[in-house]
Design a protein around this ligand. Structure first.
Ligand SMILES: Cc1cc2nc3c(=O)[nH]c(=O)nc-3n(C[C@H](O)[C@H](O)[C@H](O)COP(=O)(O)OP(=O)(O)OC[C@H]3O[C@@H](n4cnc5c(N)ncnc54)[C@H](O)[C@@H]3O)c2cc1C
Length: 500
């Protein structure tokens, strides 16, 4: 056994893992001796890569609550993360074959744009936004600087926030259908249910109002230098505060003695001891590969086995020989959130819609003089065509390449409805299937948002003493949300130490 003994060992440096590390370093000098073990490079789904001078974000493409004096930014500043943020405005341009709607990072401007496009629905739009604005105002007046209310804040909400209280148990779908009669308009207002990958029926009205509508009131932000720079800056702050990071290393086992986690074992069989272990790894992997069924009750195992993963997707990365100067940075083509999500849930993938991201339109420092880089994003089923050809009886690699190419061409064709002649300008092309996402992040089924929303989430404190969870597999997805779940894991450790 390695004699090295750490205060904290963190498995995985996604937002959850980095949130825990940064929180503990800033709060308790006795918890500074930390070791963060990362499978490949820091960041998890918050990442990017450069090929032939073109920069691409590989996962997340925007951040909420990163404006001046906003929750996420304040906490990152406090932890010493040196990062600049650029406003994404318009937040999104929703384009349909017959319509284009610009979604501004300004509630009044956005409402005016909606009313211009849906003149008969003006009263409905105003009434709907009145509720959204009231929920936001009430929430931020109580929950200052964060977005997960404490118990006391919950009580305050119950007694002092009439709109929040009224919609607390209602779904976002209820709110939409109560005010908006036009289905097309409902779909536009529901576009950011895509952020969690579930239909408005499965999302609380209050959560939608606070999170999905925040870009129009609090802005939407892009980290200068892209997501790769953002992840690196978090990792830099962590090491500057004394933490160690070991990349390109996989934790294979959590060492458990008498029901308590005491260390981890790496792929080369070496063992590292630690007083506290935090897993930012996928919940299924943490349970079955890292802990092992022999350490857990039958009920806990059954509960984990029943958890469904969130959606996954297919992305295409293109480098062009021209610049897309006349296009906005974030374009949603033909997205009708509810029917789109239903189709994917049934395992059907015949994309008619696409999200188009052009990062150098927001951040000129990413510009390649040769031409623009763009990313195309769609949800896609994990088990499509025998798991993307890999479960075929023979020639799996060939099948995989063929299927990947088929859908790459399909997405390019759809994108040409927005950017004509795109295919004539492609000089670099790459694609990521659900299997690629799974391989890079070790998230089972390549799930984009941890476990599917609407299920009872695993508690951060696992049944194993001194072993906690952080990230999308215990908390709701999203960069700030996962980061705050990491902070929460840190707070649990701090509280336990205090009570000792
Ligand atoms: C395509 C896409 C677009 C998105 N867009 C946005 C967006 O615009 N805004 C937003 O807020 N959110 C977005 N999200 C969601 C957001 O990126 C995620 O919810 C969040 O980053 C997940 O963080 P996490 O803490 O769960 O860790 P993960 O990102 O899952 O990272 C966990 C890390 O742990 C490592 N790891 C796992 N097991 C081990 C092990 N055994 N040993 C060593 N290392 C291990 C993995 O390699 C991985 O790097 C997007 C997600 C995707 C996929």
């Amino acid at each position: 056994m390695n004699s090295e003994n750490y205060d904290v060992i963190i498995i995985g440096s996604g937002m959850g893992g980095l949130g825990t590390g940064l929180k503990l370093q800033s709060s308790n000098p006795n918890l500074k001796k930390q070791f963060l073990i990362q499978y490949n490079i820091p960041g998890g789904y918050v990442n990017g890569f450069k090929r032939k001078g073109y920069y691409f974000d590989s996962g997340a493409e925007g951040l909420v609550f990163c404006g001046e004096k906003q929750a996420f930014r304040m906490v990152l500043d406090e932890f010493g993360v040196k990062q600049k943020y650029i406003s994404i405005d318009p937040v999104e341009t929703m384009q349909f074959p017959d319509k284009k709607i610009t979604m501004y990072a300004n509630g009044e401007k956005y409402k005016t744009e909606l009313i211009r496009n849906f003149q008969n629905e003006e009263d409905e739009i105003r009434a709907f936004f009145k509720v959204i604005e009231a929920i936001q105002e009430e929430f931020h007046s109580v929950v200052k600087g964060r977005f997960d209310p404490t118990f006391t804040e919950y009580l305050k909400i119950i007694f002092t926030c009439p709109t929040l209280r009224k919609y607390a148990t209602k779904s976002f779908d209820y709110l939409l259908t109560k005010f908006i009669t036009n289905k097309e308009l409902r779909d536009i207002l529901a576009v950011y249910t895509l952020w969690l990958g579930v239909s408005p029926k499965k999302i609380k009205a209050t959560l939608a109002a606070v999170i999905f509508f925040s870009p129009y009131y609090q802005g939407h932000y892009y980290p200068k230098g892209g997501m790769l720079t953002f992840a690196n800056n978090l990792a830099k702050a962590y090491t500057a505060n004394g933490g160690e990071i070991k990349c390109k290393t996989e934790v294979k086992k959590i060492i458990i003695e008498n029901g308590k986690a005491v260390g981890v074992q790496l792929g080369d069989e070496s063992v590292i001891k630690g007083k506290w272990i935090v897993s930012n790894s996928d919940i299924q992997r943490t349970t079955f590969d890292l802990i092992g069924e022999e350490h857990l009750s039958k009920e806990y195992i059954e509960y984990i086995l029943d958890l469904e993963k969130s959606v996954t997707g297919f992305s295409v990365f293109l480098g062009l020989d021209n610049h897309l100067d006349d296009y906005p940075s974030h374009i949603a083509y033909n997205i009708k959130a509810e029917s789109y999500l239903e189709r994917i849930a049934k395992g059907n993938y015949a994309p008619e819609e696409v999200l188009i991201r052009i990062p150098d339109k927001i951040d000129p420092s990413l510009r390649n003089e040769k031409g623009s880089a763009l990313t195309l994003l769609t949800f896609a089923p994990y088990n499509l065509e025998k798991n993307w050809g890999t479960k075929e009886k023979k020639d799996q690699k060939e099948h995989y390449t063929q299927i990947k190419e088929k859908y790459t061409e399909r997405l390019i064709k759809i994108t040409e409805k927005v950017i004509p002649d795109l295919s004539k300008h492609i000089v670099y092309k790459e694609a990521a299937t659900p299997l690629t996402f799974e391989r890079y992040t070790l998230n089972s089924e390549g799930s984009w948002y941890g476990i599917k929303k609407g299920q009872k989430r695993p508690k951060q404190q696992t049944p194993i003493k001194n072993l906690l969870l952080a990230g999308g597999n215990t908390q709701g997805a999203g960069v700030p949300s996962c980061f705050f779940s990491g902070i929460k894991a840190g707070q649990i450790i701090l509280k336990k130490l205090k009570n000792k």
